[in-house]
Structures are given as C-alpha cells and as structure tokens.
Design a protein around this ligand. Structure first.
Ligand code: FMN
Length: 176
C-alpha cells in the first residue's frame, strides 16, 4: 500500500469517559496512531474550537446540544485531501453519531470519488449510525466496511485493527 494513498482524519477526546475513567489519550486517537503506523501515512486530528468539559456528565450534554444545533466550530482547517485515494475517518460514537465537529470538518472537504474507511470507538453501540452518516455527508464517496472497537477493550484490540487495515473486515465479540 502506498503511503500517499492513505490519510487519516479523526476526532478523539481525552479526559473522563464512559467505562474507562480519566484518559490521557483518547481511544480513537490510539486507534488512529496504530493505523498510521501500519500504513505509514499522515493524519489530522479535528480539534473543537470550544473544548468539551473534562467530566463525562457535562460532556455528554454539550455533545448532544452541539449535535442538535449543528453548531461545532473547529480549530484550523482540514488539510487538502485531493491527492489521497483512501481516507480513514475515525470518530467516537456520540449519541449514535459522530461528534458534531467531525460533521463540520467533513463539510469543509470534497471527498468525491474517494474511498472512506470508517473506524469507530464506542461502549456498546458498535458502528451505530456513523457509516450512514458518512454516506449522507459524502454522497459521492464510497463508504467501505467499518471497524468498531470498544474503548474499554482497546488494550486487546491491536490484532483486530491490523486485520481490518489489511483485509477489511472483522467482527466484534457480542458482549463481555
Ligand atoms: C458525549 C459522549 C457520547 C457517547 N455516546 C455513546 C453512544 O451513543 N454509544 C456508545 O457506545 N458509546 C458512547 N460514548 C462512549 C464513547 O463512544 C467511547 O468512550 C469512545 O471510545 C470515546 O472515544 P475517544 O476516547 O476517542 O474520545 C459516548 C461518549 C461521550 C463522551
């Protein structure tokens, strides 16, 4: 795989999260770093212009409000993605969807003709609505089979990430 063909665009938040307590690095960021190492490709982290609260209870309310009002400005601009064939789009599940900042970021770019490979971290919802949301936001892109990783199982998920990157499809254990 050529490194120029792939790019990773993702969102992730450290601090307090469901089932994992306070994290120094967000779960999706860990997955993004693993994919970037496998593919030797560049990545861009979407940062909220207004940081989310550090505590989980406040954060979920802020996230809901941003999604409902479609208001989530981001810091800086998404890099030019025109030269890449495949965009790995990574996000935590927030109320079944992506954080609204990812919506803002994706509205800035034209992914016509590109392959989108979604990777998601969650605590029970799996990919949730995210592949559909991506297809709606990027109607002229091809959204491929996504990867869902439970944040609280991240420590034992490396093989799965490698397998998905190289072969495209993996299944999650139903519960634990
Ligand atoms: C605002 C908010 C909403 C969430 N909503 C869901 C959800 O609907 N379904 C789910 O399985 N997990 C949900 N979670 C858990 C996160 O998806 C999960 O902890 C994820 O790994 C966080 O990724 P990050 O550390 O990269 O930010 C939510 C977490 C937050 C903070």
């Amino acid at each position: 795989m050529s490194e120029k063909n792939n790019f990773i665009l993702y969102f992730s938040r450290a601090d307090e999260n469901y089932a994992v307590g306070y994290l120094e690095k967000g779960n999706t960021e860990v997955v993004a770093e693993t994919i970037s190492q496998i593919l030797n490709c560049d990545k861009f982290k979407v940062e909220p212009a207004i940081p989310y609260a550090k505590d989980y209870a406040t954060c979920i309310e802020e996230a809901k409000q941003r999604q409902e009002t479609h208001s989530a400005p981001i810091l800086g601009r998404v890099p030019d993605l025109s030269s890449y064939e495949t965009i790995y789009v990574g996000a935590p599940v927030y109320w079944g969807d992506m954080p609204e900042e990812m919506v803002t970021a994706l509205k800035e770019v034209d992914l016509t003709g590109k392959r989108i490979r979604p990777f998601v971290t969650h605590e029970g919802s799996g990919l949730a609505n995210i592949p559909y949301q991506l297809q709606e936001l990027c109607p002229a892109a091809l959204v491929e089979e996504g990867l869902a990783i439970r944040g609280s199982h991240l420590g034992t998920s490396e093989d799965k990430i490698v397998c998905w990157v190289e072969r495209g499809k993996v299944y999650e254990k139903k519960s634990s």
